[in-house]
Write a new protein. Structure first.
Lengths: 130, 602, 592
C-alpha cells in the first residue's frame, strides 16, 4: 500500500476498498462472491472458531463455491460462539450462532447454495453508526 | 464454479425466539404458522424458522417476512392465520400488526426503519466483527484515520479539545472523569515531552470490552491516541496491556506496523509535520495496575502500586512528564465524535453521561456477552430484554455492576437508567462495565465474600486499610458463613467497611467494601438469617446446612448408613434411620445412595 | 511567595504553597499522629508513601478522609484533625495494623522505643476486635552478621526502603508480594547476606517497630567478662560519646566521654581504650599513603592512581566491593580504626601485658552495625581468632549499662587507660562527615609542607550538604577534596571516578547521613534531624577542648612507631594495618 500524505490519499484507499467489496456484493455479477466473516476474537477462538474457519475455507473450495472467508474480531455474542456472518451476493448479511462443523456444512449446503435458512440465526439486534 | 441457485423457498417467515418474545408465546406463533402452512400445503414453499433476539423486545413478539423485509410487531398466536392468509397467500401487508410511530402516525415496517427501535447502539463496537482487524484497508474503508486526517489538516488542538469537551464524553475506565477536560489539563501543562497512554489493563473479572475492541478494531484506538497526541502536544504513545491478552497484543502489533508502513504513524503524518508513534508496554495482570498512577509505575519498571494524587498524571506522570491516560473504550469513542460532531454524541445518553457504554453481561443471564447501549438504558432493559433474562427461568435477585468492587443492585433498582451518577447514587458504580447477574440460588453473604476474595488478592498491600482491612472483612464474612457470627459482627462489618472506604489510598481500596455495604443495605435479612437463625436461605453455605431423613419416606434399607464415611447414620433395618448432625460432614454420599428421596438438606 | 490560607481545627493559618496539612498543623502545635511519614529535613530525606493512613484528617467537602502527610494546603480549606469521624477511622485502622502484629512486646528488642507501641498507647487501644479469627502474615526470620529481620513485625511504612533505595541507592530492600502478604525484603526473598546489603544499618535506624534490629552481642560479651581466664578490653568510637547520653534522658549533643569510661570500668572491662587512638594511627597510615601517591602522581607515575578514597567506613567498603569492584585499587588500603586497634591490641598490647591473643578479648563500641560484619571478615583474624572479637552498638551498650543497674547520670567522669586511650582532636572528629579528611589534611599538610598549620579548623570541610568540595593550598599545590555522606551521594562521586571525570585528589566517604554520628547503631532519632546536628556540634566541641589536635603529635602514636612499627607504611605497618578488597559482585546468587 502506498504512503498516505494527504486526505485525498486516504479517501482513495477507502474508495478502492469500497468498490472492491461492492463489486463482490453484486448479485449475479461476475465478481459476485459469497462473503463469510468468522468472528475470531478470544471468545470465538476459545469456542472453536478457528476450526470452523479452516473447515469453511477448505470445504467452500472443495465444493467449488466462490467465496471469501475473513477473520474478524468478536461481535459480543458470547453465549452463541462460534458465530459467523454470511453475505450472499446482493443480500443482507445473516449471522449464525453456535456453529459447529455440522451446522457449517448445513449452512453451505442449504443457505449458501439454496438461500434456505437454517437454525441458529441471530438477527442483528443493534444499530450501528455508519 | 457452481452457480448459486435462486432461493428455493418463495418466502421465509422468521419468528423471534429471544427471551422477551418467547415469554409472550412466540413458540406458539411458530407452531400455528407451521400448522397453517401445512393445512394449505405450502410447507415446501414457505419456510418458517425461529431466530435469536431481534433487539425489538419492547415490540415483541416479532415476526419478519423475507424477502419482503416486513416486520410485524406484537404478534399473538391467533395472528398466525391472518399472516398466512393475508400476507403470504394474498401478498397484502397486515397494517394492524405494523408498528405505528406515535408522533407521526406513520407505519414503520421495513427492518431498516425499525433499526432505531433497537435497544443497542454500537459506537465503540462499530467495527468489531465487521472488519478484518489485520487489514488496515478494511479499517480505512470504514473511515479509520479520517478523523485524524481532518484534525491534522483542518483543526487546531484547542478546537479539538473543545469539541471533545462539548461532546460530554467521560472516561470509560471507571471514574468517569471528563475526557476533554483531562486533555485540556494535559495540554496546558507545559513540558518538553508528554505522553499519551492507553490503559488496556482490563482487570475486572468477566469484563472484556477493551479486549474485544483491540482484537476487533485496533486502529480505532491507534487513531484516537494520535489525535490525543496532537491535542496535548505529545509525540509518544504507550499502550499498557496485560500479557494475558496475546491475541489483542498480536493484532495491535500488526496494526501499528501497518499504520507505520503507510505513514499514519511516525513522522510528518498527513504531511502536517506532526510526529507520533506508539509503543506497547506489557503488564503482568495485576488488577491495581488499572489505577493510573500504579499503571505508570509499572510502565517505569517499578512496583505496580498507586501513589497519592495530586500530582495527577496530567501534571507529572510517566517519567515525571505530563501524561494523559485514557481507557481503550474512551479512545474508541473519539473518531466518531470528530466525524459526526459533538452535538450528535451529546444527543445520546443522559444529562450528565453522554454516548453509549459497553457492558459485559455475565452470571446467571441467558445472553452472556458484550452489549453496547446508550447511557440511560435501564437495568431491566439490559438484563431482561437484551440479556434475555435469567437462566432456567429462575428469579432475579441482584446485579453487580462495576466489577468486583461495585455494589449489588436489586429489584428496586431495575428501572434506574444506567449512567455514572445514578449507579453511584444507588450504591454501586459504573466501573469498566462488568455486569454480573445473580439469581435466587445465590447467597449474598457468600457473594460479598467471593468479591472480597478477589480484591483481597489484588490489593497491592501499600496502605493498611486495604492490606489488612480487606482480609479482616473476608475473615468476618467467613465466620458468618460458618454460622459463628453475631449481630455485633454485622455492626463491625459495616464499621470496618466504611473506614476502609474512607481511608484507603486508591480506588481499589476505596471501593472494595462496596459489595459488603450494598448487600448489608439490600439483603440485611439474609445476614440476619446467617447470624441469628444460623440458616443460609439460598442453601449455599455448607456449614449452615443440615441433612435430615424424612422418616415417612425411609424404608430402612441401610444403604445410606453403609455409605456414610463417618458412621453418622444409625437405625435398625426396616426402620427409619437418623443422621447425627454433630458427626455428619455433609459430604452428600447418603443423598446419592438413597433411592426413596428420604434425605433432604435444610 | 504564594501562600494558602486555611482553617485547621478552627484556627486560621497561612502557609507557603506546597505545605502539607501535616506540617501546617504542626505549626499550629497540632501533632497529627503518623506511623509511616518521616522527614530528616537537614539531610533532605523524606519518606511519604501515605501508606499507614493513621494521619488522615477530615477536609470539608471532600468525599473521603485525606492523608495529611501527602495533601497540600489549599485556600479556604476547612480541616478537622480530630473529629469523631477521624478518630473512629484512625482507631479502626490502628486496630487493623495491630491485628497483624505479634503481641510479644515483652521480649521485643524495640519495646519501649517502638513507634507502634507508643501509637497504641496514644490512641488508647486496649483490645483488638476479632483477634480470635484473625490470621497473621508470617515470614521466615532472617539473621545476618549485623541485622535481624523479623518481618512479622513489619508494618509496611517503607522507611527502610526509602533509606536503602533512595538515600543509599543500595537497593537491597523493596516491597515484595501483594496484599496481605506484602512486605519489605530483598529480591526473591533472599537473605540479607545474599543481597547487596552493606549493613549500614540505616534501615534499622528508621524502622518504627522491631522488624529490623541489630544482632545483639551483649550476651557474648557478658560471658567473656564472666570468664576469669579472659582479659576483656574495650575501645569506643568517637561518635558514641556524643550520643550515648540520649539513652539516659540527656539532651542530644551531651558529651558523656568520662561517664562512659567509668561505666565501662564498672561493667568489668579490664582496660578501657579509645578508638580515637586508632584513628590517629589511621591518619598516619592513610595520610602517608596519600602523600606517597600524590607525589608519585605529580611526578607522572601512572600507577599512582588518584583520587584516593578513605576506607574507614565498613558500610562504604561493602558498597564499593558490591557496586564498584572495578575501582577496588583506588581506596586507601589502610584498615579502619576499629581493625587497626584490634591488630595492635592483639599483638603489641598483648605482648606488653604478657598474655596470648586467645586470652585477650577485644570489644568495640560503635555507632555502627556494619562494624559487626567488619570484625567478622575472615581477613581480620589470625588462626580463627578475631582481631576484634565483638562489636556492639551505642544502643546495645546503653541497654547493657541499664541491665547492670549503673546510674550513668551520676557517675564520676574517669579517664581512658594508657597507652591506647590517648588521642588527639583529629581522632575525635572521625565521627562527623568531613572529619576524616579534615584530620588527614591537618597531618598531611604539615608532613608535606614542613610548615606548621596556622589554623586547625577547616570550616570549608564541615557541614551537612550531601556532596561537598573544597580546595586546600598545600604550599602552592592546590589539593582538591571531595566529601560525600550517604551512599547515594557517594555513588555520584564514584560514577565520576569510573568515567575518568573526577577532579579530586582525595575523597572522603561515609555511608551514613551525617557520618558516624548518624550511624545505624546510634540511639534512634525518630525522624528528628536536630538530634544529628547536636551530635555533630558535640564532636567539634570535644576536638576544640583537646590540647593536641593533630594525629602525628600524639605522643603514644610516636612511641608506637618507635617501639613497634617502625615508620608509617613500613613492612610491619603494612602487614598489620593495611588490607585488600574483594569483588563481591559474584556473591549475589539467586538461590531458591
Amino acid at each position: 500500500m502506498k504512503q498516505i500524505r494527504t486526505l485525498a490519499d486516504l479517501i482513495k484507499i477507502k474508495d478502492e476498498y469500497l468498490s472492491k467489496s461492492k463489486e463482490s456484493e453484486k448479485k449475479d455479477a461476475p465478481g459476485g462472491k459469497v462473503r463469510i466473516r468468522v468472528h475470531m476474537g478470544t471468545s470465538g477462538i476459545a469456542s472453536g472458531a478457528r476450526a470452523i474457519h479452516d473447515f469453511l475455507t477448505i470445504e467452500l473450495e472443495k465444493r467449488n463455491i466462490d467465496a471469501i472467508v475473513i477473520k474478524t474480531g468478536d461481535m459480543g455474542y458470547c453465549f452463541a460462539e462460534p458465530t459467523i456472518e454470511v453475505t450472499l451476493p446482493g443480500e443482507e448479511p445473516v449471522i449464525f450462532g453456535n456453529v459447529d462443523k455440522l451446522r457449517a456444512d448445513e449452512i453451505i449446503e442449504k443457505f449458501i447454495k439454496n438461500g434456505e435458512y437454517v437454525e441458529g440465526i441471530l438477527p442483528v439486534n443493534y444499530q450501528i453508526i455508519n | 464454479m457452481e452457480e448459486i441457485k435462486m432461493v428455493k423457498y418463495r418466502k421465509q417467515i422468521l419468528v423471534c425466539s429471544g427471551a422477551g418474545c418467547d415469554s409472550r408465546h412466540s413458540e406458539e406463533i411458530l407452531d400455528n404458522l407451521k400448522l397453517e402452512l401445512e393445512a394449505l400445503a405450502l410447507e415446501n414453499d414457505i419456510q418458517v424458522i425461529k431466530t435469536g433476539c431481534f433487539g425489538l423486545c419492547g415490540l415483541g413478539p416479532v415476526v419478519k417476512i423475507m424477502p419482503d423485509d416486513i416486520i410485524y410487531t406484537k404478534v399473538t398466536p391467533e395472528d398466525a392465520v391472518e399472516i398466512i392468509s393475508e400476507h403470504i397467500v394474498k401478498g397484502k401487508k397486515i397494517e394492524r400488526l405494523v408498528y405505528k410511530d406515535p408522533l407521526t402516525q406513520k407505519l414503520v415496517s421495513a427492518s431498516s426503519e425499525m433499526a432505531s427501535f433497537k435497544k443497542q447502539l454500537r459506537i465503540v463496537l462499530r467495527n468489531c466483527g465487521i472488519i478484518d482487524p489485520e487489514s488496515i484497508g478494511e479499517a480505512i474503508a470504514r473511515d479509520a484515520y479520517l478523523a485524524l486526517g481532518k484534525v491534522l489538516k483542518e483543526m487546531k488542538p484547542v478546537d479539538v479539545i473543545k469539541l471533545i469537551q462539548d461532546s460530554g464524553l467521560r472516561g470509560r475506565g471507571g471514574a468517569g472523569f471528563p475526557t476533554g477536560l483531562k486533555w485540556k489539563l494535559a495540554f496546558e501543562n507545559k513540558s518538553d515531552e508528554k505522553y499519551v497512554v492507553c490503559n488496556a489493563d482490563e482487570g475486572d473479572p468477566g469484563a472484556f470490552m477493551d479486549r474485544s475492541v483491540l482484537e476487533g478494531d485496533p486502529h480505532s484506538v491507534l487513531e484516537a491516541m494520535a489525535i490525543c497526541g496532537y491535542c496535548i502536544g505529545s509525540s509518544r504513545g504507550l499502550i499498557y496491556i496485560r500479557a494475558e491478552y496475546p491475541l489483542a497484543v498480536a493484532r495491535l502489533i500488526t496494526a501499528i506496523k501497518q499504520a507505520r508502513d503507510i505513514g499514519l504513524l511516525g513522522n510528518d503524518i498527513f504531511g502536517s509535520g506532526f510526529n507520533f508513534d506508539i509503543e506497547i508496554k506489557y503488564g503482568a495482570g495485576a488488577f491495581v495496575c488499572g489505577e493510573e498512577t500504579a499503571l505508570i509505575h509499572s510502565m517505569e519498571g517499578l512496583r505496580g502500586e498507586p501513589t497519592v494524587k495530586p500530582p495527577f498524571p496530567v501534571e507529572s506522570g510517566f517519567r515525571g512528564k505530563p501524561t494523559n491516560v485514557n481507557n481503550v473504550e474512551t479512545f474508541a469513542c473519539i473518531s466518531p465524535i470528530i466525524l459526526k460532531g459533538a452535538s450528535w454524541f451529546s444527543s445520546i445518553g443522559t444529562e450528565k453521561s453522554k454516548g453509549t457504554k459497553v457492558f459485559a453481561l455475565a452470571g446467571k443471564i441467558n445472553n452472556v456477552g458484550l452489549i453496547e447501549v446508550p447511557m440511560g438504558t435501564t437495568l431491566r432493559e439490559v438484563i431482561f430484554e437484551i440479556g434475555g433474562g435469567i437462566q432456567y427461568g429462575k428469579k432475579f435477585k441482584a446485579v453487580q455492576t462495576g466489577g468486583p468492587s461495585g455494589g449489588c443492585l436489586t429489584e428496586k433498582h431495575l428501572d434506574t437508567p444506567i449512567d455514572f451518577d445514578n449507579l453511584v447514587a444507588a450504591g454501586s458504580m459504573m466501573g469498566s462495565g462488568g455486569m454480573i447477574v445473580m439469581d435466587e440460588d445465590d447467597c449474598m453473604v457468600s457473594i460479598s465474600k467471593y468479591y472480597l476474595d478477589f480484591t483481597m488478592d489484588e490489593s497491592c498491600g501499600k496502605c493498611s486499610p486495604c492490606r489488612i482491612g480487606n482480609t479482616r472483612l473476608h475473615e468476618l464474612l467467613e465466620h458468618i458463613c460458618k454460622g459463628n457470627g453475631t449481630m455485633a459482627d454485622l455492626d463491625r462489618l459495616r464499621n470496618m467497611s466504611l473506614v476502609i472506604k474512607d481511608t484507603a489510598l486508591c480506588g481499589l481500596g476505596q471501593s472494595s467494601p462496596n459489595p459488603v455495604l450494598s448487600t448489608l443495605e439490600n439483603f440485611m435479612d439474609e445476614y440476619v438469617a446467617h447470624v441469628v437463625d444460623k440458616k443460609c436461605p439460598a442453601g449455599k453455605c455448607r456449614d449452615l446446612m443440615q441433612y435430615f431423613i424424612i422418616s415417612d419416606n425411609c424404608v430402612g434399607c441401610t444403604a445410606c448408613a453403609r455409605v456414610c464415611p463417618v458412621n453418622a447414620i444409625t437405625g435398625e433395618r426396616k426402620e427409619p434411620h437418623l443422621i447425627n448432625p454433630s458427626i455428619c460432614i455433609k459430604c452428600g454420599a447418603c443423598i446419592e445412595k438413597c433411592k426413596f428421596d428420604a434425605i433432604i438438606i435444610k | 511567595m504564594e501562600t494558602m490560607k486555611l482553617t485547621i481545627d478552627n484556627k486560621i493559618i497561612e502557609v507557603p504553597k506546597g505545605t502539607t496539612l501535616f506540617k501546617a498543623a504542626r505549626e499550629l502545635g497540632i501533632e497529627i499522629p503518623t506511623l509511616c511519614y518521616m522527614e530528616l529535613h537537614d539531610l533532605n530525606i523524606e519518606n511519604k508513601p501515605a501508606g499507614c493512613r493513621i494521619c488522615v484528617v477530615e477536609v470539608q467537602g471532600r468525599r473521603n478522609l485525606a492523608p495529611s502527610c501527602a495533601t497540600n494546603c489549599e485556600n479556604g480549606m476547612v480541616v478537622k484533625t480530630h473529629s469523631t469521624r477521624v478518630l473512629n477511622a484512625r482507631r479502626t485502622v490502628m486496630e487493623f495494623i495491630l491485628s497483624d502484629h505479634p503481641k510479644e512486646c515483652l521480649i521485643c528488642p524495640k519495646s519501649g522505643s517502638c513507634d507502634l507501641q507508643n501509637m497504641a498507647i496514644r490512641l488508647g487501644i486496649r483490645e483488638i476486635p476479632g483477634t480470635e479469627i484473625a490470621k497473621m502474615s508470617t515470614y521466615r526470620k532472617d539473621t545476618s552478621p549485623s541485622i535481624i529481620r523479623d518481618l512479622d513485625k513489619c508494618i509496611m511504612c517503607r522507611r527502610c526502603e526509602t533509606m536503602c533505595n533512595d538515600v543509599q541507592t543500595v537497593g537491597a530492600l523493596s516491597a515484595i508480594n501483594r496484599g496481605f502478604m506484602a512486605v519489605v525484603s530483598p529480591a526473591f526473598e533472599q537473605n540479607l547476606e545474599h543481597s547487596t546489603c552493606t549493613y549500614c544499618g540505616q534501615c534499622v535506624a528508621v524502622c518504627p517497630t522491631g522488624a529490623l534490629t541489630e544482632v545483639d552481642h551483649t550476651p557474648d560479651i557478658l560471658r567473656a567478662l564472666a570468664d576469669p581466664t579472659k582479659t576483656v578490653i574495650v575501645q569506643t568510637a568517637p561518635a558514641v560519646r556524643a550520643a550515648l547520653g540520649e539513652e539516659f534522658g540527656m539532651e542530644p549533643g551531651t558529651l558523656v566521654t568520662g561517664k562512659m569510661v567509668a561505666a565501662l570500668r564498672v561493667l568489668g572491662f579490664k582496660y578501657v581504650f579509645d578508638t580515637d587512638f586508632a584513628a590517629d594511627l589511621t591518619i598516619m597510615e592513610e595520610g602517608s599513603e596519600f602523600l606517597d601517591r600524590l607525589s608519585r602522581h605529580l611526578k607522572g607515575d601512572e600507577s599512582a592512581k588518584l583520587p584516593i578514597l578513605t576506607s574507614c567506613c565498613p558500610g562504604w567498603v561493602n558498597f564499593f566491593e558490591s557496586y564498584f569492584p572495578d575501582l577496588k585499587d583506588i581506596p586507601s588500603t589502610a584498615k579502619s580504626p576499629q581493625q587497626m586497634f584490634g591488630a595492635i591490641a592483639k599483638t603489641y598490647f598483648a605482648e606488653k601485658i604478657g598474655i596470648g591473643r586467645k586470652d585477650l578479648v577485644v570489644v568495640s563500641i560503635m555507632p555502627c552495625l556494619a562494624k559487626k560484619y567488619e570484625c567478622q571478615r575472615e581477613e581480620f583474624s589470625t588462626d580463627g581468632n578475631r582481631d576484634v572479637d565483638y562489636s556492639i552498638s551505642t544502643r546495645e551498650l546503653a541497654a547493657f549499662i541499664k541491665q547492670a543497674n549503673i546510674d550513668l547520670n551520676n557517675l564520676e567522669s574517669e579517664e581512658f587507660d594508657s597507652p591506647m586511650g590517648e588521642s588527639t582532636g583529629a581522632g575525635v572528629i572521625f565521627g562527623n562527615t568531613g572529619g576524616v579528611i579534615e584530620a588527614a589534611v591537618r597531618t598531611a599538610y604539615e608532613l608535606n609542607t614542613g610548615k606548621k598549620l596556622e589554623k586547625v579548623d577547616f570550616m570549608e570541610l564541615r557541614g551537612l550538604e550531601g556532596v561537598r568540595e573544597a580546595t586546600i593550598d598545600f604550599n602552592g599545590t592546590p589539593i582538591r577534596i571531595g566529601i560525600a555522606h550517604g551512599l547515594g551521594n557517594a555513588r555520584k562521586l564514584l560514577n565520576d571516578v569510573r568515567a575518568g571525570k573526577s577532579k579530586f585528589h582525595a575523597i572522603e566517604i561515609m555511608a551514613c547521613p551525617g557520618g558516624c554520628i548518624g550511624g545505624g547503631g546510634q540511639p534512634l532519632h525518630h525522624g528528628n534531624s536536630d538530634i544529628i546536628k547536636a551530635r555533630a556540634a558535640a564532636i567539634y566541641r570535644e576536638d576544640k577542648k583537646k590540647i593536641l589536635r593533630k594525629s602525628h603529635e600524639n605522643p603514644f602514636i610516636i612511641k608506637l612507631y618507635k617501639e613497634f612499627l617502625g615508620k608509617p607504611n613500613s613492612e610491619k605497618a603494612h602487614h598489620l594495618l593495611h588490607t585488600h578488597y574483594f569483588d563481591k559482585k559474584k556473591k549475589f546468587i539467586v538461590k531458591q
